[in-house]
Design a binder for this molecule. Structure first.
Ligand SMILES: Nc1ncnc2c1ncn2[C@@H]1O[C@H](COP(=O)(O)OP(=O)(O)O)[C@@H](O)[C@H]1O
Ligand SMILES: [Mg+2]
Length: 374
């Protein structure tokens, strides 16, 4: 894009640093340290692509240097699930019943006040870490360790207790330019079954009927308005129960899991990362389609827990239509039960004329390429 890029990371070995014009090793979670660097370097914009660890820092830099992009206040709202739910509720954006507490006994009491199933999750984290579904058959003794797990995973020690929304899950890939909300794509998501809801795959464009896709988009727009997002990318997660859409959460950033960085680009022909960079700089948006839209799917490898003995048929990952593939484990490594995104063992991204064909091929590959554990 012709921009001069500074990249910052606390780890001198971080893989991205070598791609920057100027790599900077610094604590990106320190507002003061990053603000000082931003001032010295006289930056024109800042972007925190697919993660949330330092969104508040980015917001503070935007505030103090008068840059485009979200404010510190908005960043705080968009990274704390409790504040986010409160903002949705206040604005009338569709959201399930929710509570937040740090106390296990109060958590148990709140769970009793919810009819039917509920979700326990950290009020601050991501990647489905610490998330579990619970139902009325659960005893207090069974509840305690799940609450503790959610609390330990939470960056602010609090746990969300939410009404459980049944049904398929979607994400909506959005660019907000000067408060105009532009939807680039709707993604169908495949998650693991209860209790942990780990994302096992994504595909675009959505294969659901138009009414459902429209309901998903409207919920996402309401959510973006509720958070007051401007000049940023956004990734809204939505579930649809009995035809009604409910917001799960919204990231005021590009979505992870290759969704915003690769899948959206492949399925729409529009470079969403470039768009997110430009909105953060206040450079006029160019959403021209530069490639043909196509169907795209990613599927993750989740072999049985155990020690990896062998990995067979990997040559299949070099076939036509395979955009990218990677196995994260090698013989001798341990594969754990899949309780969060971090426990997945590899991925494959496939493109095809339609999303369904891409899904079929990706699922065939995660079946045929065998990661054998014992
Ligand atoms: N209230 C809920 N009802 C049903 N499923 C939920 C609810 N909250 C979360 N989930 C499930 O758990 C997953 C992770 O929750 P989410 O709030 O997105 O946290 P994370 O930041 O870890 O992605 C969601 O994608 C969804 O599948
Ligand atoms: Mg999520």
């Amino acid at each position: 894009m012709g921009y001069y890029v500074l990249a910052a990371d606390g780890n001198p070995l971080a893989v991205g640093l070598k791609y920057a014009d100027k790599p900077i090793v610094a604590n990106i979670t320190s507002e003061e340290e990053m603000l000082k660097i931003a001032r010295e370097e006289m930056i024109d914009g800042v972007i925190h692509p697919c993660s949330e660890v330092a969104m508040n820092v980015m917001g503070r830099i935007n505030d103090e240097l008068g840059l485009h992009g979200i404010s510190r206040n908005t960043a705080l709202k968009a990274t704390n699930k409790h504040s986010m739910r409160k903002a949705f509720e206040a604005y009338g954006a569709p959201s399930p019943k929710f509570y937040c507490t740090a106390n296990v006994d109060e958590g148990w009491r709140l769970f009793q006040s919810i009819e039917g199933k509920a979700i326990l999750k950290p009020s601050r984290n991501s990647g489905s870490r610490g998330v579990s579904e619970i139902d009325k058959s659960l005893s207090y003794d069974g509840f305690k360790p799940l609450f503790k797990r959610a609390k330990e995973e939470s960056r602010d020690d609090s746990v969300m207790v939410e009404e459980f929304v049944e049904g398929p899950e979607f994400s909506v890939e959005i660019i907000v330019w000067n408060k105009e909300i532009i939807i680039l794509q709707v993604t169908d998501k495949k998650t693991s079954e209860a209790p942990f809801f780990v994302e096992l795959g994504h595909s675009q464009p959505s294969l659901f009927p138009k009414e459902i896709v429209e309901a998903v988009k409207s919920a996402a727009v309401k959510g973006v308005e509720a958070l007051g997002l401007k000049d940023c990318a956004a990734h809204a997660e939505v579930k649809v129960q009995n035809g009604k859409a409910y917001l799960m959460e919204i990231g005021a950033r590009l979505g992870g899991d290759f969704i915003s960085t690769e899948l959206t680009h492949l399925s729409t022909g529009i470079d969403m990362v470039a768009a997110a960079i430009n909105v953060s700089l206040g450079v006029k948006l160019d959403l021209k389609q530069k490639a043909e839209p196509q169907g795209v799917a990613i599927r993750y490898f989740t072999p049985k827990p155990g020690i990896v003995k062998a990995i067979n048929n990997t040559e299949l990952l070099n076939g036509p239509g395979i955009y990218d593939a990677e196995i994260y484990v090698k013989p001798g490594d341990e594969v754990r039960e899949v309780k969060s995104s971090l426990d997945r063992s590899g991925h494959v991204i496939v493109t095809a004329p339609s999303a369904q064909e891409a899904i079929d091929k990706a699922e065939e590959l995660v079946e045929k390429v065998k990661i054998i554990t014992a």
